[in-house]
Design a protein around this ligand. Structure first.
Ligand SMILES: NC(=O)c1ccc[n+]([C@@H]2O[C@H](COP(=O)([O-])OP(=O)(O)OC[C@H]3O[C@@H](n4cnc5c(N)ncnc54)[C@H](O)[C@@H]3O)[C@@H](O)[C@H]2O)c1
Length: 285
């Protein structure tokens, strides 16, 4: 019999909840860790509702919901990470927070564990720079919604051991994802090529060429699964701004990647997207 796989997901927000749901659905035992009970409850509730939606659509048996949920073990401390083979971090996008967290994680996990960040915009190499064993550290960049999107970028930092990256690729393939190996450059691959998709529409709208709903509709009719504004509402406008700024900074202010002031204005006004029910559009849930 295949040995039980154990993973820890750090952060129960948009991405952490999605990654935990995906892993548990594939039979992995998951410790879902957040700093407080409240975000944990919220994350578990999101997972419950997502699974129920699958049942309502006839894509999953209701008995599977309990099985999947029983594999997710909520936690607020780090000690229970000792037996895990994979740690995937999806906490706030701040370098100092991620570095401090992984320094603590290093103290509790076994030597064989692979440590991964889901960062969209920070340097994997920079996060690893404070670790005792940076060779087992890499980026596993899932896309939103994590249970649905097949692509995962496997990002090797300057000191990542290729064996750790290969192990991650093999694991993700086995779980049914489509991993691609990329270098640790600003925005990696997808967020870099996606920058104009997110920023140019702000320019279209601010110069009166079209409104947001029109831009989304036209791009959808051109074959994109979602328009840029509805996609930003899903991603989180703050997260998307952070990605825009990081790519712009990372390429030494190359004008090709310049963010738009409208992005910042949205964040300043608290219009962060679906997670607060208000972004470019208003959302019921
Ligand atoms: N939102 C997206 O579409 C998306 C896509 C790919 C990658 N990412 C990346 O994933 C990460 C998380 O993004 P998100 O949108 O899920 O954020 P989020 O704000 O929805 O969730 C972050 C969670 O982390 C928790 N947290 C903060 N500090 C923590 C700590 N020390 N230990 C454990 N939990 C802690 C918070 O309480 C919160 O629940 C970021 O690095 C982001 O760049 C986001």
């Amino acid at each position: 019999m295949k040995p039980m796989e154990r993973a820890a997901v750090l952060g129960a927000g948009t991405m952490g909840a999605g990654i935990a749901q995906f892993l548990a659905a594939k039979g992995v035992e998951v410790t879902l860790r957040d700093i407080d009970e409240e975000p944990l409850e919220k994350g578990l509730d999101v997972i419950r509702r997502q699974l129920q939606r699958q049942v309502d659509r006839g894509r999953m048996a209701s008995s599977d919901v309990d099985t999947i949920l029983s594999r997710i073990h909520p936690a607020t401390d780090l000690d229970c990470l000792a037996p895990v083979e994979w740690v995937i971090e999806a906490v706030v996008e701040r370098l100092s927070v991620k570095q401090a967290l992984f320094q603590d994680v290093e103290q509790v996990v076994g030597r064989e564990a692979v440590l991964a960040t889901n960062t969209s915009s920070l340097s994997v190499t920079a996060i690893a720079s404070v670790l005792q064993n940076p060779e087992r550290f890499l980026g596993l960049h899932f896309f939103n919604p994590a249970p649905v999107m097949p692509l995962v970028e496997v990002v090797s930092g300057e000191r990542t051991d290729p064996a750790a990256a290969n192990r991650a690729v093999e694991w993700l393939r086995r779980l049914g994802k489509t991993p691609i190996q990329v270098a640790d450059t600003p925005g990696f691959l997808v967020n870099r090529v996606a920058r104009p998709f997110h920023t140019e529409p702000y320019r279209l709208v601010s110069t009166g060429v079209a409104d947001k709903a029109q831009v989304d509709r036209i791009l959808r009719s051109a074959g994109f699964p979602m328009g840029p504004f509805e996609l930003q509402d899903l991603i989180g406008i703050d997260i998307n701004l952070a990605a825009s700024e990081a790519v712009y900074e990372g390429f030494y202010h190359d004008p090709r990647f310049r963010p738009h002031p409208g992005q910042r204005k949205m964040v300043e006004s608290g219009s962060l997207g679906r997670k607060v029910k208000r972004g470019h559009f208003t959302h019921e849930s």
